[in-house]
Design a protein around this ligand. Sequence first.
Ligand code: HEM
Length: 236
Amino acid sequence: MTLSARAGSFVFVAAVFLSLLFFYTAYDKETKTLVPQKLLAVIFFSDAAKSWSELNKVAALAAIGLISCALVVGPLSKMFPKTFGKFLLYRKDAGIAGFLFAILHSAYSLFVIYGLDPNKMLFANPKWIGFVAAVLAFGIFFLMAITSTAEAVKKMGYIKWKLLQTTGYVALFFAIVHFLVLEIKPGKGLDVRPYGLVFLALAITALIVRLGFRALKTPPRTAFEEHIGQTPEKDS
Ligand code: HEM
């Protein structure tokens, strides 16, 4: 991967993260406006517990947003190669960055919110389906992340590897279920700030695009490099 592609990926990931701080963290639910003081309070840890809780939500949204982008760029680049083909170069970095945010969010949620207590997580948790969906999503994203190298493709064989990558959409479905189950509150409905809803919409759109894409008969990719916008090496 070239230095400029790496820099492009970095700028994209940073833009997603910063946009969440500006448009999600700074949003005031009561006045329905952006309040810079709210953002400053979070980044300067005026109330440490509140800041960690907010940053945990930002990490969760960055995870689902970046992973959705990494997944959807595949079918989009086949449907509209001229427009989206160039973004294939950034998909691996975006997916890995999304997974790193998912690790941070999952670790904070498991240790701090649930205190690793099986009752809080499952047995006495009215939202246990949301918890199970999160664990399944995380497990699949983990397998995808550790096999995102050319060496892994060689070891597994391309067909098996591609099948695993396709399960990314199943994991995205579980992540959406997790998001909805945890954020739908009795008497309030889906209690998410507008910019958070943009990320939910992005994930749902990625799934719809993938389902729509199945209906199109496009020639399948045949090598790992094609998935990340590079020319496959030919055996001599
Ligand atoms: C074992 C793994 C996971 C656990 C224990 C977990 C736990 C949680 C908890 C407790 C919340 C509610 C947070 C709060 O209201 O303060 C939450 C929200 C959320 N989680 Fe997870 N999660 C896990 C994995 C994931 C994964 C893999 C993704 C996506 C890639 C994800 C995406 C989200 C999103 C988008 C929200 C909503 C954030 C918001 O409030 O706007 N989670 N999760």
